[in-house]
Design a protein around this ligand. Structure first.
Ligand code: TPP
Ligand code: SF4
Ligand code: MG
Length: 425
């Protein structure tokens, strides 16, 4: 690799959040996953959350490879099991912000049961679902969201099943934050992820995304850019839309926006409440009473607000000093006051940026990127009985090493672009 590329990697504004040593990534040209990862990384930076307290969990699939490219603790787990693994991490160490980033086949197909129950319990997770209407990694099979009549390797005469509308499904299950965008709406994606990172409860963000190599080619829909044009022409921005009206027909209209945002106790809050009822105010989880945990949470919120303010105060300086890009403070891009609209319809999106108090905070230099994705959950030993006292012994650190699953990147086919467009209704 030439020195110039190394220089480029070191100077990249994303080097604090993405593992530049792993670049180039495996995703095909025109695939939507890369821009989503960029939006996610940007959202983490803008959120002010301590990157050491962010954990990313992915299942298996092209989207599942996300876990290997982020510069946070991460796990590339088994197919369909991202949510149970993420749930375990959250319960073992409630101080962590746990993000699931996976494909619609992984989350709503094989992992569908976990998805609906995590939403039902209002488990405190951020779920980012890349929905490309296909099993990308395994050759373009039908998924639970493939629109009616679309071609897949398993439906060569067109899909005759009824697809899920994931926002509707999640709403019915009780998710407390639901948004949908396309991979064209990168700034809106960033903004939704940032909001989800900063709130409590089960947040579900669906991103409709092109898979040029399989879905687009098989359906003769051109390349990634053609599909972005389709998103531009067919996205309808409707914040607060009734999720019953978010179904997607083949190459039809795509309702985008933030559909649901409500508060109700999370799984852990509900479980705490029940335990206090049984045990009284002495109840402790991992050696801390509820008031102690609340005080810690408040202090962490203040640190987050201060980091956000510091980032917003110095974005230009950060952009002008690419050499310092590895440090979180210097790596931050200017946060736009309004979400930039990627399509005509999205221009109407209201600005969500909240005023934050100014505060000077010195960002600590970022740690060198780990060569293996490792999750360290420094949780104290889980109390087997709710009555365990403060002196509960510390548990050994849980170390989970992500598997590096090697798979050759599927080749993009030039023929795809040349293929005539065909609309099937
Ligand atoms: C238990 C199990 N069943 C099946 C597979 C094969 N498999 C790997 S990825 C995948 C589909 C992934 O689709 P999706 O989640 O939509 O991700 P994409 O590749 O489209 O990003 C399947 C069926 C597997 N790895 N493990
Ligand atoms: S096969 Fe499809 S989903 Fe997978 S990387 Fe290529 S374009 Fe993306
Ligand atoms: Mg998919």
């Amino acid at each position: 690799m030439s020195t110039d590329i190394e220089k480029f990697k070191a100077g990249s504004p994303m080097s604090s959040t993405l593992r530049m040593d792993r670049m180039p990534h495996i995703w095909c040209p025109g695939c939507g996953i890369g821009s989503e990862v960029n939006s996610f990384a940007e959202a983490v930076k803008r959120s002010g959350i301590d990157p050491k307290k962010v954990v990313v969990v992915s299942g298996i699939g092209c989207t599942g490879r996300v876990a290997g490219y982020v510069n946070f603790d991460s796990i590339h787990t088994t197919h369909g099991r991202a949510i149970p693994v993420a749930t375990g991490i959250k319960l073992a160490n409630p101080e962590l912000t746990v993000v699931v980033f996976s494909g619609e086949g992984d989350l709503a197909g094989i992992g569908g049961n976990h998805l609906i129950h995590a939403a039902r319990r209002n488990m405190d997770l951020v779920v980012i679902c890349n929905n490309n209407f296909t099993y990308g990694m395994t050759g373009g099979q039908l998924t639970p969201t493939t629109p009616g009549s679309a071609m897949a390797s398993t439906t060569p005469y067109g899909n005759y099943e009824y697809p899920f509308s994931l926002p509707f499904l999640m709403d019915a299950c009780g998710a407390t934050y639901i948004a949908r965008w396309t991979s064209l709406h990168s700034r809106n994606v960033t903004q939704s992820i940032e909001e989800a990172l900063l709130r409590k409860g089960f947040s579900f963000i669906e991103i409709i995304s092109p898979c040029p190599t399989l879905y687009l080619r098989r359906n003769r829909l051109g390349d990634g850019v053609d599909q972005l044009q389709n998103y531009q022409d067919n996205s309808i921005l409707k914040h607060g839309a009734d999720t019953r009206e978010t179904a997607i027909d083949y190459q039809g209209k795509i309702v985008v926006g933030k559909f649901v945002e409500k508060n109700k106790p999370t799984y852990l809050e509900a479980s705490d409440k029940c335990s206090v009822k049984l045990v009284g105010d002495d109840y402790q989880l991992y050696g801390k009473t509820i008031p102690e945990r609340e005080a810690e949470e408040k202090a962490e919120k203040e640190r987050i607000a201060a980091r956000r303010a510091a980032m917003q105060a110095e974005p230009e300086e950060a952009a002008a000093e690419p050499k310092k890009a590895a440090a979180p403070k210097a790596a931050v891009k200017k946060a736009p006051a309004k979400p930039a609209a990627a399509s005509k319809t999205a221009k109407k999106a209201p600005a969500k940026a909240k005023p934050v108090k100014k505060a000077a905070v010195k960002a600590k230099p970022a740690k060198k990127a780990a060569t293996k994705a490792v999750v360290k959950a420094p949780a104290k030993k889980a109390a087997t009985k709710a009555t365990v006292k403060k002196a509960a012994p510390k548990a050994a650190k849980t170390k989970v090493v992500a598997k590096a699953v090697k798979k050759a990147a599927p080749k993009a086919t030039a023929k795809a672009k040349a293929a005539p467009k065909k609309t099937r209704k």
